[in-house]
Design a protein. Structure first.
Ligand code: SF4
Length: 494
């Protein structure tokens, strides 16, 4: 049996696409290997959102090209956004690449590998499926094991749309992922239902601008309010909650302009919808937001966030909803004053998580016409100040949780114990706080929502123990079997 290995770079879209590649490859009879050395096929699922990610790919390709000499017949595949962006160029640069495959062509992977094995020439296949969009699911891979044969994941992604129509001036995604295409609601509901039946406890609805959703079947209702940015996403959330009421529900990444009254109402209404939103704002300065073509002002962003917070107000004084965001520092023309406004917005909103990056020029983006005039040193200085502020806000928020009780979905064994405390399991609260748990009750906790009391807080997480009621409950539960699981990560870019 031929073996393969996939290395994934970038955002949740790529994590999800890599999952689908695993299914397609295994469905075609390939077996996954951990180590690169033993792989007949190496697939690099690439990211081009930032220059740094692309540099990483170049150095990875350099190493793999050298390694290829000792492995005659090994096939090197470049997939994902750099594949879509660079196409033929990846074959012509002498990098040893055999196959370049775009995000919309994953299903064709086994066939293209077969052609290569039969003596075919290195190939590029990067065609958008504009006429008949395909959404690979765990049920859709040809010859993949049937759902009942595969282990369930505690938490998983479900694609609702792909591509982006926004054209933010810094972003290459509209080029690499194409225009927006929406998945029919019946497919989404069927996948969600299947996942719930197999034991999945949490689903993250996934899309580049997930909350611009419009059902191609016309089965979802668009609210009749005056807001021009209303979409059918709130109706989709309600339908998913109805279809699988046992599931905890998240979504990523929303565009702030589609955080509309109907979506805010859905948050207040749906008990399974998590009380956390990752809402990429990118800058706190109107001048910069305009140059980025983000299509909202700071005041509009703040008003939408205030409406969400008001709708989600908790009774006990703790935040009813938490927010995290993405920021770009050093966008062309960003002055000290603009940057100060970004800091003040972070503080005003009280983001408990900030993913921030230095602006880097991306091919095919409108921002290339602007002068990249903030020095690298200044970008680094701004980034350091921003992280100091955001880490302080995160730590402060987590410290307020000590002594309180939280409901936590236990997702798996803790990767690394916290200093001074041997945590055994970890999971996340409804507000997306990372919770480590000291408990030796074994695998039976995984996939359960348990009530815990927070004992200590750290920089990015808290340590907790089961409440006496949860201990009694755990004692009554039978041990269960569960397979591989993967946790959704927060967005690095919307
Ligand atoms: S930043 Fe997000 S919304 Fe803007 S173009 Fe890129 S993917 Fe689309």
């Amino acid at each position: 049996m031929k073996s393969y290995r996939i290395a994934t770079f970038g955002c949740q879209m790529n994590v999800h696409d890599s999952d689908r590649m695993h299914e397609v490859m295994q469905g075609a009879g390939f077996s996954e290997v951990e180590a690169e050395e033993g792989a007949d096929v190496i697939i690099l699922n690439t990211c081009s959102v930032r220059e740094k990610a692309e540099q990483k790919l170049r150095s990875e390709l350099g190493k793999l090209r050298q390694g290829k000499a000792g492995h005659p017949g090994r096939v090197l595949v470049v997939a994902g956004c750099v594949a879509q962006q660079e196409g033929e160029k990846l074959l012509s640069r002498g990098l040893g690449v055999d196959l370049v495959i775009g995000p919309d062509n994953i299903r064709e992977l086994p066939l293209l590998l077969h052609d290569l094995a039969s003596g075919g020439l290195p190939t590029v296949r990067t065609v958008f499926d504009l006429d008949a969009p395909q959404f690979l699911t765990s049920y859709g891979a040809p010859s993949a094991p049937s759902p009942s044969e595969r282990p369930s994941a505690v938490s998983t992604f479900v694609t609702t749309m792909k591509g982006c129509n926004e054209r933010c001036t810094f972003c290459i995604v509209p080029t690499t992922r194409g225009p927006e295409r929406y998945r029919p609601s019946d497919e989404i509901l069927a996948e969600v239902r299947g996942l719930a039946e197999r034991g999945t406890r949490e689903v993250t609805l996934l899309g580049q601008t997930v909350n611009s959703y419009t059902d191609p079947l016309g089965c979802m209702e668009k609210p009749s309010g005056a807001d021009p940015d209303e979409s059918e996403f709130a109706a989709l959330l309600r339908a998913v909650s109805k279809e699988a009421p046992s599931l905890r529900l998240r979504y990523t990444s929303p565009h702030p302009r589609h955080l509309t009254p109907s979506l805010i109402a859905a948050h207040a209404e749906l008990p399974g919808l998590c009380r956390h939103v990752h809402l990429p704002v990118q800058s706190g300065s109107d001048r910069v937001l305009k140059r980025m073509l983000r299509r909202y002002t700071r005041a509009e962003f703040e008003a939408r966030v205030a409406a969400l917070k008001a709708a989600m107000k908790s009774q006990d004084g703790t935040p009813g909803v938490t927010l995290s965001t993405d920021i770009i520092v050093g966008f062309p023309g960003e002055t000290d004053e603009d940057f100060e406004q970004t800091l003040s917005l972070i503080e005003a909103v009280g983001f408990v998580g900030v993913f921030a990056f230095k602006y880097s020029e991306r091919p095919f983006t409108p921002a290339l016409k602007l002068k990249n005039d903030v020095s690298e040193e200044e970008k680094s200085r701004r980034l350091a100040r921003l992280f100091a502020l955001s880490e302080g806000l995160t730590a402060k928020h987590l410290s307020t949780l000590v002594g309180s009780e939280l409901e936590v979905l236990i997702e798996g064994r803790a990767k690394k114990p916290q200093a001074g405390a041997e945590a055994t399991f970890s999971g996340r609260s409804f507000r997306n706080e990372i919770v480590h748990l000291q408990d030796d009750r074994g695998e039976q906790l995984v996939g359960e929502v348990v009530r815990v009391r927070v004992e200590r807080s750290f920089k990015h997480s808290v340590l907790a123990s089961l409440t006496p009621e949860a201990v009694a409950q755990a004692g009554r539960s039978a041990p269960k079997e569960r397979g591989a699981r993967r946790l959704p990560m927060l967005s690095a870019a919307d």
